[in-house]
Design a protein around this ligand. Structure first.
Ligand code: RIB
Ligand code: CA
Length: 339
């Protein structure tokens, strides 16, 4: 059984990752820690609770995290991608131009109904100390919470089983600038600080997530065969698919489709052999025109520059068996959904 804490900014593709992690029998989803990014952290926390309620995930904790990046000034939320409420405008009472303010009446007995006293960083540290070497941190939003936990507890890399990050891009063009992927662009300082640590870390970047597109036929399969879990993923992806059809990630797509970025990080935890990695010391450019760019030294030349020195190798996924990952995700939701 793999114990996971999922750090997330739900987020339409985050909802897919949350459902995937909760439904798979080999994963014990301990908690969601929430962060700003696709939407402000108030909404991302409320969306996390709503998603867990819909899945029937009554034992999963929620710990609220960072509202702003660690250093740079906050950027506007990606509501043009994920909707005004951050989850495709399907939060009860939301409309396309006005996110619902009310919080749903969460099941009072459900653990996720309450947000933990500890903030995300302290929750991560306390969980890792209580379960040394057992928990895999999966980060699918800006890395502010993980970096803050590492700042507070420098031994954190030795206390976790792994750190799997949906973020960055090496050869594939960026999705926020030609060079930068959104999670790294939203807090490049946090991302760069993690690359300096000796983590058991793997990056699931656009080089692979732009190869694992999810079509409406697949999303409809979940809607038809996976209860309210599948219907949530179908309904919350309508706005998200509309966005992807305006953005040519793939030329001449075979059908309406979207990127299942965050679910690919869960797939890496479950079927890592579906991915191929390349490794080397990594930097994330913290500012300027290239802000958020992931720069990995894959050659190891003696460049005579200090910027990449004394950094352990970071592993970045560069190839993937897309069909296998897509089907593994779909089968998990269809066969193992609770509600
Ligand atoms: O670049 C894609 C990432 O940014 C995903 O995690 C998506 O949810 C957004 O947070
Ligand atoms: Ca995300």
């Amino acid at each position: 059984m793999r114990k996971i804490i999922l750090d997330t900014d739900p987020g339409c593709d985050d909802a897919m990752a949350i459902a995937y992690a909760f439904c798979h029998p080999q994963i014990e989803l301990l908690a969601l820690t929430t962060v700003f990014g696709n939407i402000n952290v108030g909404y991302s926390t409320r969306n996390a609770q709503f998603i867990l309620e819909t899945l029937g995930a009554t034992k999963v904790a929620v710990a609220k995290g960072a509202a702003v990046p660690s250093v740079q000034t906050p950027l506007p939320p990606a509501d043009f991608v994920h909707g005004a409420d951050g989850i495709g405008n399907v939060y009860p009472g939301s409309t396309p131009d006005k996110p619902a303010e009310v919080t749903i009446n969460l099941n009072p007995d459900a653990r996720h109904a309450v947000v933990e006293e500890l903030d995300a960083a302290d929750f991560i540290i306390a969980s890792a100390r209580a379960n040394p070497g057992e928990i895999t941190l999966v980060a699918v939003g800006p890395l502010t919470n993980i970096a803050e936990a590492y700042r507070r507890e420098p031994q954190l890399p030795t206390l976790v089983a792994g750190l799997v990050i949906m973020g960055g891009t090496v050869d594939e063009p960026g999705n926020v600038t030609p060079l930068a992927e959104a999670n790294f662009f939203n807090d490049p300082h946090a991302a760069d600080s993690l690359m300096a640590g000796d983590w058991p870390m793997t990056l699931i970047g656009l080089d692979v997530t732009h190869k694992i597109m999810l079509g409406d036929s697949a999303l409809k399969r979940m809607d038809n065969n996976a209860g309210q879990t599948g219907s949530l993923l179908w309904e919350s992806s309508r706005f998200y698919v509309d966005f992807y059809m305006t953005k040519s990630v793939v030329d001449n797509p075979p059908e309406r489709q979207c990127a299942m970025h965050d679910a690919a990080a869960i797939a890496y935890v479950l079927i890592p052999d579906a991915f191929e990695v390349q490794s080397g010391p990594a930097r994330v450019i913290p500012d300027g025109m290239a802000s958020g760019q992931l720069a990995i030294d894959r050659k190891g030349y003696d460049y005579g520059t200090l910027h990449w020195q004394d950094r352990p190798a970071t592993h970045a996924c560069m190839a993937v068996d897309s069909e296998r990952v897509r089907e593994h995700f779909l089968q998990t939701i269809i066969e193992h959904h609770i509600r």
